[in-house]
Design a protein around this ligand. Sequence first.
Ligand SMILES: NC(=O)c1ccc[n+]([C@@H]2O[C@H](COP(=O)([O-])OP(=O)(O)OC[C@H]3O[C@@H](n4cnc5c(N)ncnc54)[C@H](OP(=O)(O)O)[C@@H]3O)[C@@H](O)[C@H]2O)c1
Length: 305
Amino acid sequence: MDPVSHWTPGDIADQTGRTALITGATGGIGLRTARVLAARGARVILAGRDKARLDRAVEAVRADAPQAETGTLVLDLSDLASVREAAARIAETETVDLLINNAGVMNLPERRTTRDGFEMTVGTNHLGHFAFDAQVWPAVRRSAAPRVVTVSAIAARWPTGKLDDLMSEKRYRGMSAYAKSKRANVVYTLELACRTAGTSLTAAVIHPGSAMTDLQRHSGTGLARLLTPLAERLLMGSAEGAAWPSLYAATSPGVTSGEFIGPAGRDQTSGTPRPVRLPAGAGDPGEGERLWTTSERLTGLTFRP
Ligand SMILES: NC(=O)c1ccc[n+]([C@@H]2O[C@H](COP(=O)([O-])OP(=O)(O)OC[C@H]3O[C@@H](n4cnc5c(N)ncnc54)[C@H](OP(=O)(O)O)[C@@H]3O)[C@@H](O)[C@H]2O)c1
């Protein structure tokens, strides 16, 4: 029997002794991922912008796993100073076995910039995570078998997601900026996998399919805004199901570094996780190197994984 096509979270091995750090764990897919990992015995560190929301998320984790060991980390990925401070707290003493780059924003109605002047979507979804990973890396390296799972989207395959005009300075469109950020998640992971080849680290990128979460709060205008919630309710999956690819990539022994994992169901919107087709051209020589160099220059960091 093909183990991938029949995988469910019930197949997750006991995670006792492993620590998972999940960004964007206050709601949606990130919170669901944290709840399941904690229920399987992992110690979970929930990262998000707001301490009160983080505390509520910890309560939700404990509802499923009363004995769970939990921690919180205040982290604003749209502010390099916050990223530096948060990463330093972890890098000094922690061991991070599972680093899940999950946080994200989508379809912001007008072009906004982060504290450091980056377009907000790419600045949060890609550059914030790049800077966080670079600085939290000593904690990842302390693990004997670390995994880095980055949450991308089907939008990574859209032609509008080309990585030229990364900051959308020539033209801003909310969903194009999102597609760029999600392609960057894929290209970053492929380059990370390349740069860590031959080590015990597994770097995988996933897309969760589609689920009704707070992510869609900026989507739709006018009539569409009225109809979208109904259409979404009918067409989209749950955060529970959308967490499956992250959970599979974080825990399954069958995962190989550099894989893109998504749901196997119709149109890849939901279903059992499996390796799926990479965005066209992702993995081409040069693109990963260019994105890495650009990300180092923009964040002012050197990242040698
Ligand atoms: N839902 C879908 O259909 C879908 C489809 C494809 C891909 N995805 C991807 O899945 C991931 C999770 O999305 P979701 O659907 O669960 O969305 P969500 O419910 O809106 O959750 C997003 C999370 O990201 C955090 N976040 C946003 N901006 C942040 C920042 N500047 N710094 C730190 N954390 C920040 C939020 O935390 P706070 O606001 O509490 O700080 C929240 O916990 C995203 O990467 C998204 O692109 C989702």
